[in-house]
Design a protein around this ligand. Structure first.
Ligand SMILES: CC(C)(COP(=O)(O)OP(=O)(O)OC[C@H]1O[C@@H](n2cnc3c(N)ncnc32)[C@H](O)[C@@H]1OP(=O)(O)O)[C@@H](O)C(=O)NCCC(=O)NCCS
Length: 151
């Protein structure tokens, strides 16, 4: 998928987050029940639509790898390509091998469209294992359908 093939609704713009976006980012992440830790605004990109924060996503940096995380689109703006546009942008912006964790087959299919493939926990880079280890535990003990993916 190429960014040039993608577009945003005319009332929306993609930009880097600023410190004033922090509460809106926290709210988006909280309402989507995603990992509420490591939400440094400096790592985020956001999509603003009609002056409101409609989507966010970040690149968390680890030693020699990055994680695409905290991808959320506000309910009112879902299904209009915002996540697709932002995900492709984050992929284009990443400077290190890119990984993510997601829940369920629908998201696995979503990320597969961008070239992500599922990887086992044992094949993850060491820098990610402490963070993704908790999810692996939940997967093993509670059968939470977590999938790790690599770009
Ligand atoms: C997943 C999500 C980011 C998609 O945002 P969006 O702007 O509506 O997505 P787009 O319009 O760019 O693309 C639509 C695709 O998103 C995926 N998608 C949409 N809603 C979804 C949902 N509830 N669960 C999983 N995937 C979903 C599907 O692949 C869909 O394509 P399809 O309709 O052909 O199945 C959005 O539903 C969301 O914020 N969900 C809650 C947070 C979340 O699960 N984030 C992912 C963390 S890994």
């Amino acid at each position: 998928m190429q960014q040039s093939d993608l577009s945003l609704p005319s009332e929306c713009v993609l930009r880097r987050a600023t410190s004033t976006d922090m509460w809106s980012i926290r709210w988006l992440v909280f309402s989507a029940k995603l990992d509420p830790t490591q939400l440094r605004w400096q790592q985020f990109w956001v999509i603003e639509c009609d002056g409101n924060l409609a989507a966010c996503g970040q690149l968390r940096s680890f030693s020699r790898v990055q994680e695409l995380g905290s991808l959320v689109v506000a309910r009112a703006w879902r299904g209009r390509g915002l996540a697709t546009f932002l995900t492709q942008h984050l992929i284009n912006t990443a400077t290190q091998p890119l990984y993510l964790e997601c829940l369920g087959q629908r998201l696995v299919q979503f990320y597969s469209r961008f070239g992500f493939v599922a990887v086992s926990f044992s094949d993850l880079p060491p820098a990610l294992k402490p963070k993704f280890g908790l999810s692996e535990l939940a997967k093993k003990l509670l059968r939470v359908p977590v999938v790790f993916m690599q770009h």
